[in-house]
Design a protein around this ligand. Structure first.
Ligand SMILES: [Zn+2]
Length: 273
């Protein structure tokens, strides 16, 4: 560097020394900052490695907010796998439920769908308790008592709709009771997911106190009507293996979305003890 003419030799040295000190301080500060950033990155990576990796649950992370949301989703999902869900296939045995086209019983369609829901939920790691796995009569009281006695986390009843007088209609609807802070949310999640998975018309969620299992179960609960057996075109779909699979996928997707978006109290399921 050229020596400025206006400065004396001593003043010039002094200024150079001051600048050297400033450079040193800047380098120390920069080095320290890099170490701090490295430390934070190591902590973050360590916290989200392995099976906790949020990327394995949500593929499209576009913003820091989405990343943070994904991390909390991971925690919620891990929690949800310990949960116990009662799947209730409506009717059974002497109680056929609604009848479509003369010999298509609601009880059979309900059971076929419920067994698919059971299988898919178990694949996801949930504990599933069925109110029935065969064509047998179980009273409504026994269904609710079973759920209450094991302190299940959720109760999902599967039913088929019907209309008299040859009225033709179609679609999915979900019944709930605002008995707690969760059932309406569960109804919304299941309703939306089943309508999306099947492409069926979404009639919506409905609140009704006369639905026994919703009223008598202590767990958050819904009663899903997957379609109308009295509408021939809908019945045709409802008895097909492929369409039942879509319904079951929708139910499971809805349950997962419910767990992701609701913070439930710790499970009291007696099987966890
Ligand atoms: Zn029914």
């Amino acid at each position: 560097m050229e020596k400025p003419r206006s400065l004396g030799r001593a003043a010039y040295r002094k200024r150079m020394k001051r600048r050297a000190r400033q450079r040193f301080r800047r380098r120390v500060f920069a080095g320290f900052s890099v170490l701090v950033i490295l430390f934070i990155v190591i902590i973050k990576v360590g916290a989200s490695s392995g099976e906790n990796d949020p990327l394995s649950y949500i593929p499209c992370i576009g913003s820091p907010a989405a990343y943070l949301q994904a991390v909390s989703v991971t925690a919620a999902q891990k929690e949800s796998t310990k949960r116990c869900i009662v799947v209730d296939a409506g009717h059974g045995g002497k109680d056929s439920g609604a009848i479509g086209n003369g010999d298509q019983y609601e009880k059979d369609i309900n059971l076929e769908i419920a067994l698919k829901v059971e299988e898919k939920l178990k694949e996801k790691g949930y504990t599933v308790v069925m109110t029935r796995r065969t064509d047998e009569f179980i009273s409504l009281g026994d269904r609710a008592n079973l759920s209450n006695s094991i302190q299940a986390d959720l109760f999902i009843a599967i039913h088929q709709n019907s209309l008299e007088n040859d009225t033709v209609t179609s679609g999915v609807e979900t019944w709930y009771l605002p008995k707690d802070a969760y059932s309406e949310g569960l109804a919304t999640c299941v309703q939306e997911a089943v309508a999306e998975a099947t492409g069926a018309r979404s009639i919506g969620i409905k609140s009704e106190v006369s639905m026994f299992v919703n009223r008598e179960t202590t767990a958050p609960s819904v009663l899903l009507e997957t379609g109308f057996v009295t509408t021939p075109s809908e019945l045709e779909k409802l008895i097909s293996d492929e369409y039942q699979d879509k319904i079951a996928e929708g139910v499971v997707d809805g349950i997962e979305k419910f767990f992701m978006s609701h913070e439930l109290p710790p499970s009291k399921y007696t099987g966890n003890a």
